[in-house]
Ligand binder design. Structure first.
Ligand code: HEM
Length: 61
């Protein structure tokens, strides 16, 4: 295991007004220092629309 589970991410961010923005930026731009010492690299292939679909899915589960 390297990153947090989708369930843990959803539990942390659900109901927060800025969640869609934060998660969008984390997926597109990468994330570090929010969960542990491991880094998630930026995603360079996902379109903005597809990233929004992933974020919506994450927060709906
Ligand atoms: C479908 C692919 C993936 C999606 C949608 C995804 C999404 C996310 C999201 C939303 C977060 C939370 C960021 C935050 O709190 O703002 C996260 C964290 C993280 N992910 Fe991923 N991730 C994916 C694949 C991966 C892969 C392949 C790796 C490692 C090789 C990885 C490693 C991490 C790590 C280490 C963190 C925690 C970073 C931190 O401490 O800030 N992720 N991921």
């Amino acid at each position: 295991m390297v990153g947090p589970s989708f369930a843990k991410i959803a539990a942390r961010y659900k109901g927060k007004a800025d969640a869609p923005t934060v998660l969008f930026q984390s997926i597109k731009g990468g994330s570090r220092g929010k969960w542990g010492v491991m880094v998630m690299k930026p995603d360079t292939k996902l379109s903005d629309d597809d990233t929004r679909v992933v974020v919506d899915w994450l927060l709906a589960n």
